[in-house]
Design a protein around this ligand. Structure first.
Ligand SMILES: Cc1cc2nc3c(=O)[nH]c(=O)nc-3n(C[C@H](O)[C@H](O)[C@H](O)COP(=O)(O)OP(=O)(O)OC[C@H]3O[C@@H](n4cnc5c(N)ncnc54)[C@H](O)[C@@H]3O)c2cc1C
Length: 369
């Protein structure tokens, strides 16, 4: 039996794996359905990180996109705003450097709870584990309409160059919606961006709510001829998309409006919590979010933890790497206490490097100017 199984070899799974390895844990494994960094490899090829990478390691400020205290994508790749495939290469290098035990191309399916362990079905057989760390993220679980065949989700776009037509409709006005609009307009499309709301001028300084400076500047600095191709319509909520023929799609909005277009609209409407989609029986949920204990354990299944962007505590949304990486150590410390491991000064060192956050009361993002 493996003591700990991490499901998912993305930013969160690799980050937790490195900590376990550094602390000398021998009995753990990482199961990844594709390759290391699979989600990042599947980003549209034009997409770039909005959080900048910088070799700020030391001084208590590791690179914002690093998944360990001692690494920096800026150092490895010499790039400030990484592409998805560059970040996946960084994750692969981290996994190799720390010789992490990873089974790639191993998809996890059903999980059964036993008295003191879990039985995990994979497409390469069955494994058993005492602890589960769910690191499946959100990217593989897009929010779709009830007729998914009539839409294209941001997650399904390989390159914006693949999209046909003069006018494209983008649904959503936050990070991915604005990114889609910028790319399409730059390629010469007219873009109708329809959204409930946009983070473009949101009052909050929290980048989980307000558009990141990088995206905001890309949008505001577009050449006038490109900017003129983008029309923004706010206060509209898409209900569904129907189709009578392959080149006619009807968009139905909650206020009764309809729009007909020859192309599938592009949904930039976000993602679902992966663990909840895959294993709803293991979690309680509130308003579609996973309910977790103070140490990110399921409130329904003992020894089942969640890492990554689905972690929320009070008003703190841990959706960026620099945020959710601060919870890796909290989970490992909890398991260490239950198993009586000696982890020395791990918590002190992690905290000093902004890699350990157990007091979410301090997470209020406020800027005086
Ligand atoms: C377009 C876009 C831009 C973004 N930009 C930024 C940014 O600039 N800065 C930032 O900090 N964050 C950014 N994010 C968010 C960030 O990418 C995610 O928060 C991050 O990927 C989450 O890491 P993760 O390890 O939890 O999930 P993922 O990286 O998605 O990893 C999950 C892994 O689990 C695997 N998996 C899923 N299901 C199974 C299964 N059943 N069995 C086995 N394996 C499975 C997947 O293949 C995947 O490799 C962005 C996200 C998107 C979509």
């Amino acid at each position: 039996m493996n003591q700990i199984t991490i499901i998912g070899g993305g930013a969160a799974g690799i980050g937790v794996g490195v900590i376990l390895k550094q602390l000398g844990c021998q009995e753990f494994q990482i199961l990844e359905q594709g390759e290391i960094g699979e989600s990042f490899r599947n980003w549209p090829k034009e997409t770039r990180f909005i959080t900048p990478s910088f070799t700020s390691n030391g001084f208590g400020m590791p690179d914002l996109n690093a998944v360990t205290m001692e690494t920096s994508p800026a150092y490895t790749l010499g790039t400030e705003h990484l592409s998805g495939s560059q970040f996946a290469d960084y994750l692969k290098l981290v996994a190799e450097t720390y010789t992490l035990p990873i089974a790639e191309h191993t998809r996890v399916g059903a999980i059964t709870a036993n008295a003191d362990s879990y039985t995990i079905e994979t497409d390469h057989g069955v494994v058993e584990s005492k602890y589960l760390i769910m690191a499946v993220g959100q990217f593989a679980f897009p929010k779709l309409t009830d007729h998914p065949e009539n839409v294209i989700h941001y997650q399904q776009v390989h390159s914006w160059q693949d999209l046909p037509g003069e006018t494209q409709i983008v649904i959503g006005g936050n990070e991915s919606g604005v990114d889609a609009a910028i790319n399409l307009a730059t390629l010469g499309h007219k873009v109708l961006m329809i959204t409930e709301s946009t983070g473009l001028n949101a009052a909050s300084p929290d980048p989980s709510i307000r558009l990141a400076p990088y995206t905001r500047r890309r949008f505001l600095d577009l050449p006038p001829a490109v900017a003129d191709r983008i029309t923004l319509q706010q206060n509209a909520t898409l209900k569904t998309v129907t189709s009578d023929s392959p080149s006619q799609y009807q968009l139905w909005f909650t206020d009764g409006r309809t729009i007909t277009t020859p192309y599938k609209p592009i949904l930039c409407t976000g993602f679902n919590p992966g663990p909840l989609k895959l294993w709803p029986e293991l979690f309680e949920s509130v308003d579609g979010e996973i309910k977790l204990s103070d140490v990110d354990e399921s409130t329904r299944a003992k020894n089942v933890f969640v890492v990554g962007p689905d972690v929320r505590h009070q008003d703190a949304i841990f959706c960026y790497i620099y945020k959710f990486r601060q919870r890796f150590g909290v989970i490992v410390n909890e398991i260490a206490e239950r198993e009586n491991w000696d982890i020395g000064d791990f918590v002190t060192v992690s905290r000093a490097n902004s890699f350990y956050l157990d007091d979410c009361d301090i997470c209020d993002v406020a800027c005086d100017c």
